[in-house]
Ligand binder design. Structure first.
Ligand code: NJP
Length: 271
């Protein structure tokens, strides 16, 4: 029997590809983004297993109504994909407090809103899978990524613990840490950039922006491939708790683990 998927941020990029891959696998898919029309435009009409709903994940009430509507219409939600997110890219001091809070409002608190709305239905049935699109930036941070990484580190810490709370109740979870994917992510359509001018950082920021501009549209990671992997994992009874996707992500995460091991070992000598 077709499983019921709910995907956030499905108007573009990875979320759109995940929804498409789940549809192609014969599943029932409720794809959401801030505008239902944008989702419909991305998918076209004509598939009765496809449904588009509006959901801005920063709106907790809207998340509750969307989850309720899906459960009433389709009997439950088998797979939730927490995908919606964006990046504030740039050096920390160039961001206003408002921009930093907006980053957390979407990536962390928005994702929590959706989980709060959906998880009670999964607990009730003692079944479900939550796929959360974090980032390799949830494991490793670097200059220019401080604000985005802070939000994704928070997602990692929250979900790593929450997953353990849910496991005994039959709800599984998968944290996904992609490297760079070819989507709108680095583009001005999605990303925001620091707005405060600080001459001390001018040279470093110019280099950082040149890196972003060169990478935008040329990222090595294929969102279709990741979407296919996620759909494949979702069809299995046993899922790993993490998927570090892409050679770039595995290199950065591996280097971080090596560095941590060294620093932990070094700490034993010092304290
Ligand atoms: O980005 P993009 P991705 N409420 O910009 C939606 C993570 N990631 O597919 O603007 C509801 O093409 C937006 O919808 P809308 C990344 O952090 C990426 O790459 O309303 N939806 C659109 O559908 C994110 O968590 C890379 O039409 C909201 C979608 O989010 C996930 O992958 C690397 C929303 C963004 O599509 C998907 O991003 C990595 C809101 N408030 C992690 N705000 C990468 N691409 O390199 C935005 O490690 N959306």
């Amino acid at each position: 029997m077709a499983k019921v998927w709910m995907v956030t941020g499905a108007s573009r990029g990875l979320g759109c590809e995940i929804a498409r891959a789940a549809l192609d696998a014969g599943e029932t898919v409720v794809a959401t983004a801030r505008s239902a029309d944008a989702v419909r435009e991305a998918f076209g009409d004509g598939n009765d297993r496809f449904h588009a709903l509006a959901l801005d994940i920063t709106d907790a009430e809207a998340a509750n109504s969307v989850a309720k509507e899906i459960v009433e219409r389709f009997g439950g939600i088998d797979i939730l994909v927490n995908n919606a997110g964006y990046a504030e890219l740039g050096f920390f001091e160039t961001f206003t407090d408002e921009a930093v809070r907006r980053q957390f409002e979407v990536n962390l608190f928005g994702t929590m809103n959706v989980a709060r709305a959906v998880v009670p239905h999964m607990r009730k049935r003692r079944s479900g899978l939550i796929v959360t699109i974090s980032s390799v930036s949830g494991l490793v941070s670097s200059a220019g990524g401080a604000v985005y990484s802070a939000s994704k580190f928070a997602v990692e810490g929250w979900m790593e613990g929450f997953a353990q709370e849910l496991a005994p109740l039959g709800v599984r979870s998968l944290l996904v840490e992609p490297g760079m994917l070819r989507t709108d992510f680095m583009d001005g359509k999605s990303a925001s950039f620091g707005s405060i001018d600080i001459p001390d950082y001018a040279k470093a920021i110019a280099q950082y922006r040149a890196f972003i501009d060169a990478a935008n549209g040329n990222q090595s990671g294929d969102p279709k491939l990741l979407a296919a992997r996620i759909v494949e994992f979702a069809s299995q009874n046993e899922t790993p708790s993490r998927l570090v996707f892409g050679e770039d992500a595995r290199q950065w995460a591996g280097a971080k683990v090596d560095q941590l091991r060294q620093e932990i070992a070094g700490s034993a000598d010092r304290g």
